[in-house]
Structures are given as C-alpha cells and as structure tokens.
Design a protein around this ligand. Structure first.
Ligand SMILES: N[C@@H](CCC(=O)N[C@@H](CS)C(=O)NCC(=O)O)C(=O)O
Length: 209
C-alpha cells in the first residue's frame, strides 16, 4: 500500500493528482509545512515538516514523501515517475524510449520551468517577475513548439503532462505570459479539465489556505 505524506496545498498535489488518475488505493497523511503554523513545535501542533514523527519518515523535512513497502521517496517528481511506472498503466512509459522521455520531461519541469514559475507566483517585485518571466520564456517556447499538432506531451495523456502542468501552473496567473503561448495555455486548461485534476483541486481548495 502506498502512503503519501503531505497536504494537498503543496507539491504533494502532483502524486495526489496522479493517484486520482490511476485509482490506486493509498493512505494519505496530511503533513503540513512547519512555516505555515504559528508554533510548529507546540505539543498540540498538527503533524508538520518539523515533527519528529515525520522526520523519522523523511529526514529532509519536506513534503511530499511516499512510502511503499521498504521504499521511501522524497522528491515529488520521482514519486510520480515511480507511481506511473509501477501502477500507472498507459500513464507510464511502455518502452525504454518512452520511459526516457518521461524522465526527460520530469527534469525539464524541475529545471527549466519550476524555479521561474515559482518565482513568478511568489514574486512581489515587478522587475523581478519580469526577469523570471523572460527566463521562463525559454521553457515555455519549447513547450509551445512541441504542442503544435499535439494534444499531450507524448502520443497520449501521461505522467509527463501531470509533472509539467503542475510546475507550469505556478505561472498561470501571469496573463501576459500565458497569452504569448496559446497552445501551452490551452494544453494546461485541457490537463486541468480532467476529472482527476478536479478531484485533487477541490480537495486542495477545501484545505485552509
Ligand atoms: N524538490 C522537492 C521540493 C519539496 C518542497 O520544497 N516542499 C515544500 C512544500 S511544497 C516544503 O516541504 N516546504 C517546507 C520546508 O521546506 O520546510 C519536491 O519536488 O518534492
């Protein structure tokens, strides 16, 4: 049985969306980020990223983490790749080449998309946001070109769409940037229209902000 540690308002959204796609049974432990609590060390604090019980699972003290049998994974995209490979059917790679493509998209999402999209979402300063938008344009232009004539990143919906869409989502509020990449914007909406995304999203939005 898979256990996912991490509240929905975190990068745990990625494997939680994927698990909703696959219908794989799992246990959920909604560990919350310590910095979101007034006193994470208080005896009555909810289980959080500084709780000894959680650090015993994932010593790095970040969410998400996944445990399945003896296997513990602490990187959201590695968790997604594992679930897709072990439980995902057509959401995972069917050949070595497809598996390599999924891994390529995971690393692309983590290095070319997430740092800049996150900086845009968290940015308070217009100048800094503009710098990050310019940096993100390189990855977004690559996606825009790739999506010409394609519905999904591979020849069907796969874990690659989940990983890249979840990293791109942070920049979705930047209207000007999204207008520059219409195929990307449409693909993101297509991903988010999936019932499994909606299941994840409704649960996420029901959590306290
Ligand atoms: N590269 C990691 C990053 C994990 C991460 O930064 N998680 C955040 C929540 S989304 C966290 O645990 N923050 C609390 C902390 O760093 O103390 C992944 O993708 O899983």
């Amino acid at each position: 049985m898979i256990t996912i540690y991490g509240c929905y308002r975190s990068r745990a959204s990625r494997p939680l969306w994927l698990l909703a796609e696959t219908g794989t049974p799992f246990t959920h432990v909604p560990v919350i980020q310590a910095y979101r609590l007034p006193d994470a060390d208080a005896p009555d604090a909810p289980v959080n990223t500084r709780s000894p019980a959680y650090l015993a699972v994932n010593p790095i003290g970040q969410i998400p983490a996944m445990v399945e049998g003896d296997l513990m994974l602490s990187e959201s995209l590695a968790i997604c790749l594992h679930i897709a490979r072990a439980h995902g059917g057509s959401l995972g790679g069917q050949t070595h080449a497809e598996q390599a493509l999924l891994e390529n998209w995971a690393l692309f999402a983590a290095t070319s998309i997430e740092p800049h999209s996150l900086a845009i979402m968290q940015g308070k300063d217009a100048g800094l946001i503009a710098v990050e938008a310019a940096k993100l344009s390189r990855g977004f232009a690559r996606l825009e070109a790739h999506l010409a004539g394609r519905e999904w990143l591979l020849d069907r919906f796969t874990v690659a769409d989940i990983m890249v869409a979840e990293c791109a989502r942070y920049a979705q509020g930047h209207a000007e940037l999204m207008q520059t990449y219409p195929l990307l914007a449409e693909w993101l909406k297509r991903c988010q229209a999936r019932p499994a995304f909606q299941t994840m999203w409704v649960t996420r939005n029901a959590e306290p902000a």
